[in-house]
Write a protein that binds this ligand. Structure first.
Ligand SMILES: Cc1cc2nc3c(=O)[nH]c(=O)nc-3n(C[C@H](O)[C@H](O)[C@H](O)COP(=O)(O)OP(=O)(O)OC[C@H]3O[C@@H](n4cnc5c(N)ncnc54)[C@H](O)[C@@H]3O)c2cc1C
Length: 499
């Protein structure tokens, strides 16, 4: 008789596990339980009246061959043979443009040293930045916090201008209270010195491949957004025998003699029990431990319960036009600004980032020529004032903010939608410093595999999430009980998108 694997969550990790299991371990039956009505998890696409938006913008970029091959198997990359005008199942090759909006002006992201930067900063700020950089270059501080990390690389003045407020917007915590390891992962090689070096290399060796991540300029993107790829992946997994049930929330997990035996699922209001031989979990570790109840030792339960997250609210706005002019040399449809997304560093608004979905794919807006479909991003904590604001009030607030900083006219808004996504970012504070206790306990449960982003409480991108699933399937097939390979994904300290 076939063994049975249950997978919690139909996001990139859960679907990759389902597909790989059915493809490479045909003697294992697969059932995926997904809490929501949607496929794709955080990498889903919302279709609002024909305008499509991501939960944030999702670049497809990986240095892993196995991930790139899998993406290509699900959705071929555009080429002379695969033309986006003729087929929908196509991965577009896109150019990344993203800038910082600060003091109602654009700055390059990452900050570059060129006349426009100094012009936008003004003489006083430029001089102050230069001096404070020199001060930090001669007297490096011990790196005990993210604040120290940034000041060592950029100087106090640039840090105050470009990092301090934005980091606090994203995490809800001041950078002086965040671990420097977050910076080490995201911007390790970025600093004033690195920027100067990059400028020289650009002049003297323009064709060389850039090493740093923040300077990657191309990425892949499904014609209709990330959710399209994951819906195709789900259909492919179903074709080869995986069962995927939506609106099915795993609420209880039963273990016996060091193994998971069954799960309790709320299937659209009806509670059912399902036995299993293997369990793959992409649900948040906090919820997983809670679902296992008293079987979990007290210390593990406490640490898991205290794990913290950052929640995400996005507003899709359809507007007739943006008030910002395209002053770049980059050509765009209707000459809108070319950015895929903009970091909003303005201090007088709460918005953190702005997505322009027309620039992610010209097929994201129902009318790409005459409307601009944008995504306003807010970082919040479940239960705080932003989270609790009624939808209409929140949309009005968001529209107001964008009008205030001169990006739109309120009268140009044609349509809107709000989407809230809890636990979008696993946080590296709270009880995270004790996370190994939880991990060791979960790893000791032989037939349980914790995979993906919230499944591992790690800042995993889609490719990492997929790789954890692939490693877990390999372990299952080999019978290996040491789960290190699953946790070793995404552990290099440098940022991972660099190829
Ligand atoms: C704003 C933002 C921007 C991002 N940008 C990028 C990017 O540019 N490129 C990139 O590669 N990655 C990006 N990511 C990361 C990417 O979204 C994740 O890596 C990926 O979606 C994680 O996949 P996953 O399957 O592990 O988890 P998720 O996507 O979180 O999916 C987990 C699924 O499990 C379900 N679930 C949870 N609890 C239960 C339960 N109890 N029962 C049943 N189902 C349950 C959830 O509903 C969800 O569908 C971004 C993330 C965010 C927040």
């Amino acid at each position: 008789m076939n063994k049975k694997a249950i997978i919690i969550g139909a996001g990139p990790a859960g679907l990759t596990a389902a597909y790989r299991l059915r493809k490479t371990a045909p003697d294992v039956d697969v059932a995926v339980f997904e809490a929501t009505e949607r496929i794709g998890g955080i990498s889903t696409t919302i279709n609002h009246n024909g305008n499509r938006m991501d939960i944030g913008g999702h670049r497809f970029f990986s240095k892993s061959k196995i991930v790139n091959d899998l993406w290509n198997e699900i959705m071929p990359v555009q080429s002379s043979a695969v033309n986006p005008e003729k087929t929908d199942n196509v991965m577009l090759i896109r150019n990344r443009v993203s800038r910082i909006f600060f003091r109602r002006k654009f700055f390059d992201y990452p900050i570059s040293i060129k006349p426009a930067t100094f012009r936008n900063m003004g003489l006083v700020n430029t001089v102050k930045s230069g001096f404070s950089y020199l001060v930090s270059a001669v007297g490096k501080r011990p790196e005990n916090s993210l604040e120290d990390f940034y000041i060592n690389r950029f100087g106090k003045h640039l840090y105050r201008m470009f990092f301090e407020d934005y980091t606090e917007k994203v995490w809800g915590v001041h950078p002086s209270k965040l671990s420097p390891s977050w910076g080490a992962q995201r911007v390790k090689e970025l600093s004033v010195l690195a920027i100067i070096k990059e400028i020289f290399l650009k002049i003297f060796a323009p064709h060389r491949e850039t090493k740093q991540t923040s300077l990657i300029e191309r990425f892949l993107y499904p014609k209709f957004g990330p959710g399209q790829l994951w819906e195709i992946a789900a259909a492919k997994a179903e074709e080869i025998g995986a069962e995927i049930r939506l609106n099915s929330i795993v609420t209880g997990i039963q273990a016996e003699n060091g193994k998971i035996r069954s799960v309790t699922v709320n299937c659209g209001g009806k509670t059912e029990n399902f036995s299993c031989d293997y369990l793959f979990s992409t649900m948040p570790v906090k919820d997983l431990a809670a679902a296992m109840g008293n079987a979990v030792p007290e210390a593990v339960r406490r640490i898991a319960a205290d794990l913290s997250y950052r929640d995400f609210i996005t507003v899709g706005l359809l507007v007739k036009r943006l008030k910002l002019k395209n002053e770049t040399k980059i050509k765009t449809v209707a000459n809108i600004i070319p950015d895929c997304w903009i970091y909003v560093q303005e201090r007088d608004v709460r918005i953190g980032r702005l997505q322009i979905f027309n620039n992610w794919s010209p097929y994201m807006a129902a009318d790409n020529e005459n409307t601009v479909w944008i995504g306003l991003e807010y970082f919040s904590n479940e239960g705080d004032e932003l989270w609790n604001m009624p939808e209409k009030e929140f949309i009005d607030f968001a529209v107001n903010e964008l009008a205030k900083i001169g990006i739109i006219d309120e009268s140009d808004v044609l349509d809107s939608v709000q989407v809230k996504y809890p636990k979008a970012y696993p946080s590296y504070f709270g009880s995270y410093s004790e996370f190994d206790v939880v991990r060791n306990y979960l790893d000791g449960i032989e037939n349980l595999y914790c995979i993906g982003r919230n499944g591992q409480h790690r800042y995993n991108n889609q490719d990492h999430s997929m790789l954890t699933a692939i490693e877990a399937v390999n372990l299952l097939k080999s019978g290996e009980t040491d789960k290190s390979a699953v946790w070793n994904v995404n552990t290099e300290t440098e940022y991972h998108e660099g190829k």
